[in-house]
Each structure stands twice: as C-alpha cells, then as structure tokens.
Design a protein around this ligand. Structure first.
Ligand SMILES: [Zn+2]
Length: 320
C-alpha cells in the first residue's frame, strides 16, 4: 500500500537532496506514516486509546500491568501509595482511574516516565493533579519542556504545562524504595530515543524495559530525538544481560514476556539490520532495498502493528 508512494517520494526527495541521504530517508519515513492529522500514527494511537478498555494483569507480588492506553503501564501498590511506570494517553483518564481503583484503594503517589514520548507521558498532568510526584531522565524533562518534532510520526508535540513536567530528574541512575520494593532506574544511553530508562523491581524480579522492547511487533525508532537501530540493538543486549531466567519483563508495547521472548526481538533486529546494511553496501537504492524485502522472514509475525515492513526497513536504512 505504501510502497509505491514511498518509492516515488524517495526518488523525488533524493534527486533534490543529493548528498543528504539521511534527510531524504527522514522525509520518506514521514511520508510512510501519513501526512494528515486524521490518519497519521499519532491520531491513530490516541483514537485507539480512547476506544480501548484498560485491562489489568496481575504480574507478581504487588505489581500489575495496565494495557490499552499507549505504552504498557506498570503499577506497584502498597502503603506508600501507588507507583505507576508510564502514564498513557490523557484520553484514558477515566479508564485508567477505573483500572487503578479495581486493584485497590491506595492513592496515586508516584509516576516514573520511561521516556518522553506522548504515549507514555500524555497522562502526566492528570496524574500529577491526583498527587503523583514525577521522576524521569533529564532528557525527558528537556523534551517535554519545549515543542518537539518527531519526523517519523510527522508530528510536533507542544510543550507540556509545568505540572506535567518531571519534578525529579536524574542522569545515570536513580533508586527508590517504596512498598517494600527496591526500585532501580537506569539510563540506557541513546536507544529508542535519548531519554529511555529501565525500571527494575528488585524483590519481584520484574523489569520494565520501556520502548527498548516491542514484544512481537516492529519497533518505532525515533531518530528525531536521538534513537537509532544501533542504539535499539545495544539496549536489547543490555536487557538480555540483565535478565534472569525467572524474570518477568514488561515491554513498552506488546504482551508481557520473558528473557527468551526478548532474545527473539534482539535476533530480529540484528538480522534485519544485517540484511539492510548488506544491500546498502552493495550500492542498492532505497527503493531497490524495499523491493528486496529484507524483513520478509519476519513480516508475518512482526509486521502486523503500527510499523509496517517498509516503514521498518526505512528506519533501519537510516541508521546503517
Ligand atoms: Zn516511545
């Protein structure tokens, strides 16, 4: 569906922008994602969240996962109040409130943003108004504080109000101890964006790895704010190094999984990166690379969500 458009646009763009392959592929990536405010990826995600029922999945000990509003939300409950990892979209306020109340009556007290993207931070304002103190990497605060453009989504996110900004930020790592649980936040370095952090619940052996893992679907990689295919692969390697055999791992998107699921994601990324890089090294054009279907062996499993095979090919192409 998008291939003809992408070929034509890419050829046109590249003809005009000789020597600027990266800029050209950014343009094409934006084209692939849709150019109007109704059918683009951001409105699609918001509409899906508005219509979704928010589900609650108990994970282990006092930890649950809420699904249905943008990224997966982890919830830790106890006498220190609820701690949420990620905030979903603001349109889901009612659904998330209902889901949280269905777990227990503990008040909302803490929120961690795994990175700055709106499908993980759009709910910051209402959660803060209900009492959540927000913690994130310093780059999350920097991005949320100003208008930020994501070319791959063809979308500019306006600066958020002061109450939606993380009040506490950190650089490399940060530790909390709440609800009888040691909580370790760790910065990945540039990965899916340049603001991604993991959240480890020590005693429960549960790890939220944010959008460094999309379980069963091709990932979106945000080159506009510091992400890259190589950063995404490095983060997957870090996750695998940290994962124990019994660990429950919460991806940014897709079902909760384990170490072997995570290894499949890493292997998919590495193989497709290799395929695309080899074709590019042969001097093939972007259109020839898409036509060669470097993702084909993975498309039936991984190509069924927001990021199509050609869009994922473009996003790998940009980084090799
Ligand atoms: Zn993201």
């Amino acid at each position: 569906m998008t291939t003809n458009i992408s070929r034509r646009r890419f050829t046109a763009t590249i003809g005009l922008a000789a020597g600027s392959l990266l800029a050209g592929s950014r343009k094409i990536l934006a084209d692939i994602r849709g150019n109007d405010t109704k059918s683009g990826i951001v409105p699609t995600m918001v509409n899906a969240a508005a219509q979704a029922k928010i589900t609650v999945q108990p994970i282990r000990r006092n930890i649950s996962v809420l699904e249905g509003s943008g990224g997966n939300i982890a919830v830790l409950t106890g006498r220190d109040g609820k701690l949420l990892v990620d905030a979903g979209f603001a349109v889901s306020r009612e659904g998330i409130s209902r889901a949280l109340a269905s777990i227990n009556a503990d008040p909302i007290q803490h929120l961690i943003n795994t990175h700055w993207h709106a499908d993980h931070t759009d709910g910051n304002a209402w959660l803060h108004s209900e009492g959540a103190a927000i913690v994130a990497h310093e780059n999350t605060r920097k991005r949320l504080a100003v208008d930020t453009r994501v070319e791959g989504w063809n979308w500019t996110f306006p600066a958020v109000p002061a109450g939606a900004l993380p009040a506490k930020v950190f650089v490399a790592d940060h530790k909390l101890h709440l609800n009888d649980t040691s909580i370790s936040l760790k910065y990945y370095g540039p990965a899916h964006t340049e603001s991604d952090v993991s959240v480890l619940f020590g005693e429960a052996d549960v790890l939220h790895v944010a959008d460094t893992w999309w379980n069963g679907v091709y990932p979106f990689i945000d080159y506009s704010t510091g992400g890259s295919i190589d950063g995404q692969i490095q983060a997957a390697e870090k996750n695998l190094a940290l994962a124990t055999d019994k660990m429950i791992i919460i991806p940014g998107h897709g079902p909760v999984g384990n170490k072997s699921d995570l290894a499949q994601f890493r292997d998919m990324l590495v193989t497709i990166r290799g395929n695309v890089a080899a074709l590019k090294k042969q001097g093939r054009s972007f259109e020839e690379i898409v036509a060669a279907k470097p993702t084909l062996a993975y498309d039936a499993k991984w190509g069924q969500f927001l990021i199509t095979p050609s869009a994922f090919t473009a996003s790998v192409y940009m980084g090799v």
